[in-house]
Structure formats: structure tokens, C-alpha cells
Design a protein around this ligand. Structure first.
Ligand code: SME
Length: 177
């Protein structure tokens, strides 16, 4: 369940966020909780970087078995590293390159059960075994991709893809800038 420890979201006031997944939630409930938390944490804030940073942190907190979670932003004609959780990662990715560039250029979610089998996969963390990348589109414009990596093969399935696509659609206005 997503809760705000402080009811105030006023600028400059300290709001302590107390988001945490409900105990023993099934996957659908966890996804619903995650989307509610992500939507709540960007509400009322217009800065795209701050919002991406908080959404990456919430994803990291809610979803098990991740070794990387974050954003690449479309700047000019390439993807540039945005806010994330995990090890330092490659900074610039060309459209069409790797899993991220493929998601961006095709505007379709890339669900990769085995990163070693994906042609052109860009290895930022040797621990990664599976990956999902969701394109984020706002008002018809590609603005970023959301990238999650896992140290487990086939960590992500179609339910994860659908849930993350819904999350990205919900937060797109808050990270469009
Ligand atoms: N594996 C990605 C690169 C980004 S890292 O996973 C953080 C890719 O192939 O595009």
C-alpha cells in the first residue's frame, strides 16, 4: 500500500514518503501498489528529473530480483542516461542499439528472457541475465525508456510488461518536462 507519512506536499516542506509493498501481495496487487506509489510520488511535482529519480527508487523498492532500474531520456537523436538505481551504467545509447535503442526506435516493449541471446545487447552490468525496456511516449512523442535488469534469467513476463506499460503511461506527463 502507498502511504504518505506527511499529508503535506507543499514545496520546501519535508514530506517523508513511506511507500512499501503490502506484505504477501500477489503479483497483480504488487503491480497495482507500485503504480499507485509511482503516481502518488510524482503528483504535484513538475521537475522531470526529480520525478524519474523517485519513480526509479520506488520501482527498486517494490520489485524483487532487480540489479538495475532506471531511465534513459531521448535527447536529440540518442538516449542519455537518466535517474536510476544500481551500478553505474553506459551513458549514451544510439537509437536502434541494444535493448534500449531497439525499444526506442520501434516504440515497442522489449521483453528479453536471455540478454546473451539478444543481438547487440549492451552489457552495463555483467550480472544482468534478463531485461525489460518500455518506451515512454507523451503526446505522440518518445521521451524516454524505462529499463529494468535482473540477475535471473526470464525474470520478466507479459504481466510485468503490461504493468510497466501502464505505469509508464501514468507517469509520462510528469517526466515529459
Ligand atoms: N542493456 C541495455 C543497456 C542499458 S543497461 O542495461 C543499464 C541495452 O542493451 O540497451
Amino acid at each position: 500500500m502507498a502511504t504518505l507519512a506527511s499529508p503535506s506536499n507543499a514545496p520546501y516542506m519535508s514530506a517523508m514518503y513511506d511507500f512499501k509493498p503490502s506484505a504477501n501481495s500477489d503479483k497483480a496487487a504488487l503491480h497495482a501498489d507500485l503504480r499507485a506509489a509511482a503516481t502518488a510520488i510524482v503528483a504535484g511535482e513538475s521537475d522531470p528529473i526529480a520525478n524519474m529519480a523517485n519513480v526509479a527508487a520506488v520501482i527498486w523498492q517494490y520489485l524483487p530480483d532487480l540489479n538495475w532500474a532506471g531511465f534513459y531520456r531521448l535527447i536529440g537523436d540518442e538516449l542519455v542516461l537518466g535517474p536510476f538505481q544500481g551500478k553505474p551504467a553506459c551513458i549514451r545509447i544510439a537509437m536502434g542499439a541494444g535493448v534500449c535503442g531497439t525499444a526506442a526506435s520501434t516504440r515497442t516493449t522489449q521483453l528479453v528472457e536471455d540478454v546473451h541471446a539478444f543481438p547487440g545487447h549492451i552489457a552495463c552490468d555483467a550480472a544482468s541475465e534478463s531485461e525489460i525496456v518500455v518506451p515512454i511516449i507523451h503526446e505522440g512523442r518518445l521521451i524516454a525508456v524505462l529499463d529494468l535488469d535482473s540477475p535471473h534469467p526470464a525474470r520478466f513476463d507479459r504481466d510485468d510488461a503490461a504493468a510497466l506499460e501502464a505505469l509508464c503511461a501514468a507517469i509520462a506527463p510528469a517526466i515529459a518536462g
